[in-house]
Ligand binder design. Structure first.
Ligand code: SAH
Length: 238
């Protein structure tokens, strides 16, 4: 086993997601925020990555909220990978029930997939996952290895600052109870500068970034230019 395929998985995180895996498609349950932001991020990814006819990889796909929407949105084929087997079973069953055939789910580490099939995907997405792994830079490197030379990689995660502590931990977990307590560990949030460093040292250039913020009055998520809480970045091989 090489350094890149040494286990980069936090078993507590996988157990946490596995415990609520049957809730992935409950739009008012624990994963409501992911359902709420999905049209925004799907539109963004499609605008920059032009999904139609593309080979797409979704890393840390969970129950398939984003993966399935990209498959429905014209991608030739979407591969979803995750380390929580239970989530993948839910994703698979949901796709089968909805007759979605251009999607496949696999339980394997992204570092291993990168060794098996480097430079195979036009679009690689890795959303809301980097803040749940021990070594996010290794995930970024694997994504950079998996994308084709003319492809694009999309990451999303959460900035680490007092505002994100207030909004994502105090607000979303403790007061509004949008997600279960303990969903996030603030210390594992990643600043845009840290993520930019990881991307650059993986050979990726950042070509765009956008924030996603929740408006309490309209009760909607909006795309913004501020990366101070939830944010997405788009990269391509340098
Ligand atoms: N990307 C999905 C799900 C985000 S939740 C979405 O945005 O809708 C975070 C996901 O990352 C969970 O499904 C969890 O099982 C997965 N995950 C955590 N550590 C992982 C790892 N090392 N490799 C792959 N997936 C992982």
């Amino acid at each position: 086993m090489t350094a890149e395929t040494d286990r980069n998985v936090d078993d507590n995180e996988i157990a946490k997601f596995s415990r609520i895996a049957d809730k992935w498609w409950d739009k008012s349950g624990e994963f409501k925020p992911l359902h709420d932001i999905n049209p925004l991020r799907l539109g963004y990814i499609d605008r920059l990555g032009k999904l139609s006819g593309k080979q797409v990889l979704d890393v840390g796909c969970g129950g398939g909220i984003l993966a399935e929407s990209m498959a429905r949105h014209g991608a030739a084929c979407v591969t979803g990978i995750d380390m929580a087997e239970k989530s993948l079973q839910v994703a698979q069953a949901h796709a089968a029930t909805h007759n979605i055939t251009n999607i496949e789910y696999r339980c394997l580490p992204v570092e291993e997939l990168a060794e098996q099939v480097p430079h195979s995907f036009d679009v690689v997405t890795c959303m809301e996952m980097l803040e749940h792994v021990p070594d996010p830079a290794a995930i970024v490197r694997a994504c950079a290895k998996l994308v084709k030379a003319d492809g694009m990689v999309f990451f999303s995660t959460i900035n680490r600052n007092p505002k994100s502590y207030l909004h994502l931990i105090v607000g979303a977990e403790h007061i509004l109870k949008f997600v279960p307590k303990g969903t996030h560990d603030w210390q594992k949030f990643i600043t845009p500068a840290e993520l930019a460093r990881m991307c650059r040292s993986a050979g990726l250039d950042i070509i765009d970034s956008k924030g996603m913020s929740y408006n309490l009055l309209s009760r909607q998520y909006l795309l913004t230019d501020s990366t101070d809480t939830n944010y997405m970045i788009t990269c391509r091989p340098a």
